[in-house]
Ligand binder design. Structure first.
Ligand code: ADP
Ligand code: MG
Length: 279
């Protein structure tokens, strides 16, 4: 369980991290999650130490079953921890949830098919008891930001998968979350659509200064989007390496072909295989 390899290095070389002085938004210390089971308990997360600051875009990457979703769920107060400590905005996850600190976007768009696009985005706002007119205004605004003006009165089943995911993102952003959590939101999409949505998400993140915790299987997606990449090992999920991105905050399409991008991708790939070989 306690292997000697839990390396917590920062790989950033020249530039100082832009948010070195920003407020901590998520702080996990020696966090463990063990799922109880009649036959054998599952040790899903092992001694996780992680600090996420305001305005960072953090990707969790690692093989299936390494605890990425569990970590998001812990932060979102959807999963209790077994030991250790986790603070969200200096509160317990439960207090943070009550303060409505976050939005959550799942792998498959979880839209209500019998409600229009606008109604879907309005729903969490209505649950927050925002007056209808205000909810309506915010929902329209958020849909415009993800490029879906004109689609307000459509039903989700009338949209493509990529458009449905944009509705999910608009819905999550409408409540102005302090943290946006995204669990493989683009995993089911083709590469062209995924790259487009990566670009849109990047723009939104930079404009709105949100903190994003993003789960992905894709090395290039992680490298393209993140200020920090957290590489995890197979079960029990541990952090193999935390890589601070040396890339500029603004990402453009041509960045994918740059030397810095390719090197960073290689570094992530190496850390992933290091995590595998420890087993
Ligand atoms: P990932 O998102 O990285 O694929 P998960 O966080 O979903 O991984 O799961 C981590 C491990 O915990 C897996 O082995 C999974 O089978 C197990 N697991 C997840 N949820 C539960 C649960 N509710 N009860 C028991 N085991 C679970
Ligand atoms: Mg998962």
């Amino acid at each position: 369980m306690n292997q000697p390899f839990r390396v917590l290095t920062s790989e950033s070389t020249s530039e100082p991290e832009p948010n070195q002085l920003s407020r901590p938004v998520v702080h996990a210390k020696q966090l463990n999650v063990i799922y109880p089971a009649a036959d054998q308990p599952v040790h899903a997360l092992s001694d996780i130490d992680l600090l996420i600051r305001q305005g960072e875009f953090v990707s969790l990457i690692g093989p299936s079953g390494c605890g990425k979703t569990t970590l998001l769920r812990v932060i979102a107060d959807l999963e209790p921890i077994t030991s250790g400590d986790v603070l969200v905005n200096d509160m317990t996850p439960s207090e943070a949830r009550q303060a409505r600190a976050y939005g959550y976007v799942f792998q498959a768009a979880t839209l209500l098919m019998w409600r229009t696009v606008l109604e879907n985005v309005m729903l969490p706002l209505t649950i927050q008891r925002k007056p209808t007119q205000e909810a309506h205004r915010i929902a329209k605004e958020q849909l415009a930001k993800v490029g879906l003006s004109g689609f307000e009165d459509k039903y989700p089943w009338q949209l493509s998968g990529g458009m449905q995911q944009r509705v999910s993102i608009a819905r999550a952003l409408g409540i102005e979350p302090k943290i946006l959590m995204m669990d493989e939101p683009f995993g089911a999409l083709d590469e062209i659509t995924r790259n487009n949505l990566n670009q849109q998400l990047q723009d939104l993140w930079r404009e709105q200064q949100r903190t994003v915790v993003f789960v992905t299987h894709s090395i290039s997606e992680a490298v393209y989007l993140s200020t920090k990449i957290v590489v995890m090992s197979p079960r029990p999920g541990r952090i193999v390496k935390i890589i601070d991105s040396p890339l500029p905050r603004e990402r453009t399409a041509d960045l994918r072909d740059s030397e810095a991008f390719i090197q960073l991708a290689q570094q992530v790939r190496d850390a992933l295989s290091e995590g595998h070989h420890e087993h």
